[in-house]
Write a protein of this length. Structure first.
Length: 263
């Protein structure tokens, strides 16, 4: 992405974890571009084809302020890492009265994240792969595990254990894993690693919403939704772990949950 800020959507968003969306939604900014290049990306129009609208930190702050005034319970910066300076500037202008969420792929350097200390209350990273061969094949990076592991350690260092304000999260780190078809072992390895390293220091969010999209529709292993059996296998590993958190219902694997990228 260029230095100018490109955004694909700014709107209330209701489909994050309940502790982030609350009842009235999170005021969400979907940035254009991404740190990864996943072949199954459900948002490839904005993450890879870069469909977006040129804007400014001032305009983003003004729109977020309106959304907070209308009742949004958190602010979410989504795929924001390559626009970290813009995020800092928006937060300085906005002076948000609700928790700030930084929602990422997990693939960013810990030293970049250190620049967000004091700006972000809640980190919402993916931990996509324990197996770097899958990371290379599906997302184009061969060092995902080590990079994401260090990034998440930095996030947890900054936020500490989850703290709540009523039913909405005030601070903490929520780590997501999307179960891919034919790759339950990878998700189980992620769960086991996080359980051993963090236990109840983080919230874990298991996602069953995978639907083949873009290049994945032609991939022999990724061209279908996950089965109930696959999901149950990973769910059992989650239930047997020291992690607490959320799991999606399989009915969330539906294109209707992909937002419109109309700014
Ligand atoms: S990290 Fe998420 S948004 Fe980025 S390319 Fe991968 S699936 Fe898409």
């Amino acid at each position: 992405m260029p230095a100018d800020i490109y955004v694909s959507r700014i709107a209330p968003h209701f489909w994050e974890e309940p502790v982030i969306s609350g009842k009235n939604g999170t005021a969400a900014v979907f940035f254009t571009g991404c740190t990864l290049d996943c072949i199954y990306c459900q948002n490839s129009e904005i993450s890879q084809q870069n469909q977006g609208h040129k804007t400014t930190a001032e305009e983003i702050a003004r729109k977020l302020d309106k959304l907070i005034c209308s009742g949004c319970e958190t602010v979410s910066f989504i795929t924001p890492t390559h626009y970290i300076y813009a995020v800092q500037e928006v937060i300085r202008l906005l002076k948000p009265t609700v928790p700030v969420v930084f929602n990422t792929s997990g693939y960013e350097r810990a030293e970049v994240l250190r620049g967000l200390e004091g700006y972000v209350d809640i980190y919402l990273p993916d931990f996509k792969y324990a197996d770097n061969r899958l990371a290379q094949e599906y997302s184009g990076v061969g060092d995902y595990f080590e990079v994401a592991d260090k990034a998440i350690a930095e996030m947890v260092r900054q936020t500490g254990k989850p703290e709540y304000n009523g039913s909405v999260l005030k601070s903490g780190t929520v780590v997501r894993n999307l179960v891919l078809p034919n790759h339950t072992k990878n998700s189980i390895a992620v769960i086991e690693h996080l359980s051993e390293k963090y236990g109840d220091e983080i919230i874990f969010s298991l996602m069953g919403q995978y639907i083949p999209h873009g290049k994945a529709t032609a991939h022999p292993k990724l061209n279908r939704k996950i089965t109930k059996r696959e999901y149950q296998k990973v769910l059992t590993a989650f239930e047997n772990s020291r992690l607490d958190g959320f799991c999606q219902e399989l009915s969330s694997a539906d294109e209707k949950y992909i937002p419109n990228w109309d700014f």
